[in-house]
Design a protein around this ligand. Structure first.
Ligand code: ZN
Length: 424
């Protein structure tokens, strides 16, 4: 039996209209028929009372304890965006931002700079050497990018990005080692040098004239490193979230299933590569509300012919949740549901559908509310319960009860007959 995991990022929500959530308001007959023909439950992404990150919730869904295997965001973004990462490299996630003359951040996204301006500025700071440390900056999408620090560096440093406005937070070492001290010093110097280069760049002079915020600094965060091993074949990672290097067993080896991922967003591709999965490219996948769900589903159906396990990621609900736009979330759920229809005719396949976490429209942020989950499988595999609809409230009375995302893979292994036996 093959396994298909459909993750709707940011799916769960709080009541937005007449006491109902976007998932309760939307029409989604395909998701309902998965719930109707299978078993439902409600799942806490990390644990009750912890607001899940997108990175940590996906590690949990895929069967890796997020408290052990989360090395930091930088390395996941780098792997996902296709930037080459070598042993010893430190990766950070970055934003183009705007600072005033006293180095106070006044716009964290430099007016969401994009297009030709962003390309030209990224080129100007692509490779810079500070003493014997090399800094390689690659722009990913919009105002975002990834920074690789190469040569004798340590990920044990604090963020430059304060995640808010105000003074730039200069990096500090998090341990007493020489590499940590040197990396923090070199990153601070790089950040100041980048500010000098960007400030004087003709693109920024033109932006100022046009009353647009100049992208005159790179603020970075989430330092993490590849300690050893090739990134796509199972490797060792570390960073402030995992101060002792963690060896990540490949998904294929851990669960005995070949595995592929179909996603638009760099982070999800990065998580998949981090775990050694194949990442399949769908050109029209945008990780946004306008994504081509039909093409992603086609790619999924075809990937299931060659893989035991396929992870399909849909980002739209999270985007609408962060924008606080529940109408857009309802629309995206309905669009996705229509596109998911071919999944109902899959043979010999166990399907799991769930949310990575809740992104509450009222908060414009992730919330700790649990998300619904439904699992359907060929006849005789799951004990079909009475739940007829796929939403946060209906799922509560289902046969899976209340669980956490870390339970998903063990439950799946049990259902497909791959769970280990304990005792005789
Ligand atoms: Zn999010």
């Amino acid at each position: 039996m093959r396994v298909l995991l459909v993750v709707m990022d940011g799916l769960g929500d709080r009541p937005v209209k007449r006491g109902k959530t976007p998932l309760q308001l939307a029409k989604h007959p395909v998701m309902d028929s998965i719930a109707k023909g299978g078993i439902s439950g409600i799942s806490d992404p990390i644990c009750p009372g912890t607001v899940p990150g997108s990175d940590t919730s996906h590690l949990a869904i895929l069967g890796y304890n997020p408290f052990t295997f989360y090395a930091g965001r930088g390395i996941l973004e780098a792997l996902g965006s296709g930037v080459k990462v070598y042993e010893g490299d430190v990766a950070l996630r970055c934003n183009f931002a705007t600072v005033d003359s006293r180095m106070n951040v006044i716009d964290r996204r430099a007016g969401r700079i994009d297009g030709k301006d962003a390309v030209a500025l990224a080129e100007a700071i692509g490779r810079i050497k500070i003493k014997d440390t090399e800094f390689i900056f690659s722009r990913t999408k919009g105002h975002r990018g990834v920074l690789i620090i190469r040569n004798n560096s340590s990920p044990m440093i604090t963020d430059i990005d304060s995640h808010g406005l105000g003074s730039v937070m200069w990096a500090k070492p998090l341990d007493a080692t020489d590499p940590a001290r040197r990396t923090a010093e070199a990153l601070n110097e790089w950040t100041k040098r980048v500010n000098q280069i960007l400030k004087a760049h003709p693109v920024n002079k033109a932006r100022e004239k046009a009353k647009l915020p100049p992208a005159n600094i790179i603020i970075s965060r989430g330092a993490s490193a590849l300690a050893e091993g090739l990134p796509y074949k199972g490797a060792t990672y570390w960073g402030p979230h995992a101060p002792t290097p963690v060896k990540v067993q490949r998904f294929q080896d851990k669960f005995g299933m070949s595995a592929a991922c179909i996603a638009g967003g760099a982070l999800y591709k990065g998580v998949a590569r981090y775990l050694g999965m194949d990442v399949l490219d769908v050109k029209s996948a945008t990780a946004n509300l306008d994504t081509d769900v039909v093409a992603k589903v086609e790619a999924t159906v075809s990937a299931l012919k060659r893989n035991d396990f396929v992870f399909l990621h849909l980002k739209g609900c999270d985007v609408a949740g962060h924008d606080g736009n529940w109408q857009a979330k309802v629309k995206f759920i309905e669009k996705a549901d229509k596109a998911l229809k071919p999944l109902l005719s899959l043979k010999d396949t166990l399907i799991i559908i769930t949310g990575a976490h809740s992104t509450a429209c009222s908060l414009k942020a992730h919330s700790a509310n649990p998300v619904p989950i439904a699992i359907c499988a060929p006849d005789g595999v799951v004990r079909v319960d009475d739940v007829k609809k796929f939403d946060e409230l209906s799922a509560v009375s289902g046969g899976l009860g209340k669980m956490t995302h870390s339970n998903i893979m063990p439950i799946v292994l049990g259902l497909i007959g791959k769970a280990p036996m304990y005792g005789t």
